[in-house]
Design a binder for this molecule. Structure first.
Ligand code: ADP
Ligand code: MG
Length: 360
């Protein structure tokens, strides 16, 4: 049959473009929170307090004691592609921060109500601003002045994200339940609290009335990674883990890990992978470790592995995935082999008689 004549191509209105783009970056509350935690860490915070209502769909609030945001920067804070972290594309190859795209806050402002209260060390008071669709809007309803308003506040930043996905009903419907979203949020908080041990982090549900609901995660200033594994998972898991650390020149890699040995019997595999400090899925590594552990763990049981790899930043591409859930890196096969070898050596040195075979 005859094909239909082509339809005219038209440019989408900007707010539609922005809302579509935002949906790729902020897929669920836990993605938004990950971005906010990373911002707090980039700002040098040593304390991060998170409060959540309805699995983050009603409220995600995060308070940090980092650098704060300069008052003059508040008007462009939520514009797309505004960042204090890189200036040129080349800077991506020596990235020392989590952020680089200036898209997180912009995206959030396109799919939620966002407000910021922030104070730098130099200011005598804090400033509060509110945002919608990338631009600053009046903080007080009824006012038509979008300028930030002075208020009391501590050094650092409080960000409040309310009514996430209020304007994208399909997305809202696709999310399963507040309980499920909260579980994902806790996973993100736990992962970051272990990898950024030393920073005090807490996460709790907002409770009506009283402000002293007990936290579901709470780690202390100056704690170590293994301390925080004990606090966030269990003391029992902690006792089963051995530390692995190793370095290689070719390919250039530094490995630090805490992983379970032969006696561990996890019902579910727990894999926490960080590549250049970024919390990522790394399927090649996960597959290799599953194969490795299946050689000696009892059938149906799985390991616990917290693993951090520092790779040459010129060989890592953080810009391959909209939620940055994956990173690309060179020498993947060699690096995965290196990790399995070092784990095998370490577990063998535990003084157990079994041999640990590395599958390659
Ligand atoms: P990116 O992190 O990629 O730069 P974001 O949209 O996440 O982009 O943040 C935009 C900018 O806002 C950051 O570059 C930073 O300057 C500032 N910012 C965001 N969150 C904080 C925070 N918690 N403390 C201090 N500055 C922040
Ligand atoms: Mg960011």
């Amino acid at each position: 049959g005859a094909a239909a004549p082509p339809r005219a191509i038209a440019k989408l209105p900007e707010h539609v473009v922005n809302r579509i783009a935002a949906g790729e970056i902020i897929q669920r509350p836990s993605n938004a929170l990950k971005e906010l935690i990373e911002n707090a860490l980039d700002a040098g915070a040593t304390s991060i307090r998170i409060t959540v209502k309805d699995g983050g769909l009603k409220l995600l609030q995060i308070q940090d004691n980092g650098s704060g945001i300069r008052k003059d920067d508040l008007p462009i804070l939520c514009e797309r592609f505004t960042t204090s972290k890189i200036k040129a594309f080349e800077d991506l190859s020596s990235l020392g921060t989590y952020g680089f795209r200036g898209e997180a806050l912009a995206s959030i402002s396109h799919v939620a109500h966002l407000s910021v209260t922030t104070k730098t060390r130099d200011e005598t008071c804090a400033w509060k601003a509110a945002y919608s669709d990338g631009v600053m809007i009046p903080v007080k309803s009824g006012s038509d002045d979008p300028a930030p308003i002075p208020c009391a506040g501590n050094d650092g930043t409080v960000l409040a994200v309310e009514d996430l996905f209020y304007n994208t009903p399909q997305r809202l419907k696709a999310l399963r339940s507040a309980a499920d979203e909260y579980a994902r949020i806790l996973q993100v908080v736990i992962a970051y609290s272990i990898h950024n041990a030393g920073v005090a982090m807490s996460c709790k549900k907002a409770s009506a009335g009283s402000s002293n609901a007990t936290a579901d995660v709470s780690t202390s200033l100056g704690a170590s990674a293994i301390d925080n594994i004990g606090v966030t998972y269990s003391e029992q898991v902690k006792r089963e883990l051995v530390e692995v650390s190793a370095e290689s020149q070719e390919p250039s890699v530094t490995l630090r890990a805490w992983c379970s040995g032969t006696n561990y019997q996890g019902k579910k595999g727990r894999y926490l992978f960080f590549i250049n400090n970024r919390f990522v899925d790394c399927s090649p590594l996960k597959r290799a470790l599953e194969a490795f552990y299946s050689n000696f763990l009892a059938k149906g049981t799985h390991p616990f592995v917290y693993l951090s790899l520092d790779l040459d930043p010129t060989k890592v591409d953080p810009n391959v995935h909209p939620t940055k859930k994956e990173v690309g890196f060179e020498d993947e096969t060699e690096i995965v082999e290196f990790v399995c070898e070092k784990l095998a050596e370490r577990l063998a040195s535990q003084g157990e008689s079994r041999s640990y075979k590395v599958q390659t």
